[in-house]
Design a binder for this molecule. Structure first.
Ligand SMILES: [Zn+2]
Length: 256
């Protein structure tokens, strides 16, 4: 009996509560109200929009957002949380701290990749104080106007490769990654150019939506994801609002 009471007490004490409703329950309406009440300035809004439109693949856009939100578990950051973890770059063996600017812009290995693609001007033309100014630079440079899709694909591929070096002991050989990106990018381009492809950006048709929601029609959908740190109750969240054709109309991500 005592144990049961204790468990009940603990359960109620630890209960997660959504702050935007009185009851603490998450509802789609409250999530929508929560994100649309933000007053973002014009620059921030247009920067965010550019990020979400970098690539045809949503996961690449999401990945770029994660870079800019400081959400990647890079060596330097992890070493402040995990005792004895390696803070240095895994790709160049230069004993340089692994942060966003190093991994995607300044690393010797990464520069070799940019060079192999003929994109040395993406890191050479000027120095950038942080990763946001670097993204700003190439997203708003007319010379790179038609390369956003490829740049973001390469950045995403460098991250995946870095993880295979970390977890699968793959040797960091620039030529190998270059060849692998070239092959997968070609496949990806032919896939998005093929109207019959299943990987093509999927539009949710009204008929599909109706089948999902029992023949009721909806004007928009909200995708909501959140994660919590039990240790200090901080949280990060991402919310996308899609219209009924599957196009993203609004998105917001932050932490608290
Ligand atoms: Zn490096």
């Amino acid at each position: 009996m005592l144990l049961t009471l204790l468990l009940l007490t603990l359960t109620s004490l630890n209960r997660t509560k959504w702050n935007s409703t009185k009851t603490g329950e998450l509802t789609m309406k409250s999530a929508y109200n929560y994100i649309t009440k933000f007053n973002t300035n014009k620059n921030e809004a247009s920067f965010g929009k550019q990020i979400w439109n970098l690539n045809t693949m949503s996961k690449v856009n999401m990945f770029c957002w994660k870079i800019l939100a400081g959400a990647l578990s890079l060596g330097q950051k992890m070493s402040t949380y995990v005792k004895d973890s390696n803070p240095f770059c895994l790709l160049c063996d230069n004993s340089i701290m692994e942060d966003e600017m190093h991994l995607f812009v300044n690393c010797f290995f990464t520069r070799k990749i940019w060079d192999l693609f003929g994109f040395n001007n993406i890191y050479n033309s000027r120095s950038h104080k942080d990763i946001q100014s670097w993204f700003n630079f190439w997203m708003n440079n007319k010379d790179f106007k038609n390369s956003h899709d490829k740049f973001s694909f390469i950045i995403w591929s460098i991250w995946k490769f870095r993880n295979s070096v970390n977890y699968d002991n793959v040797m960091p050989v620039p030529q190998n990654l270059f060849e692998s990106i070239t092959t997968t990018y070609q496949k990806y381009v032919s896939t998005i150019n093929n109207p019959l492809s299943s990987s093509r950006k999927k539009n949710i048709t009204p008929s599909k939506i109706n089948s999902i929601v029992n023949n009721k029609s909806y004007d928009w959908f909200i995708y909501f994801d959140v994660s919590y740190m039990e240790a200090d109750f901080t949280m990060g969240y991402a919310i996308s609002i899609m219209d009924n054709t599957g196009n993203r109309k609004y998105c917001r991500a932050a932490n608290s």
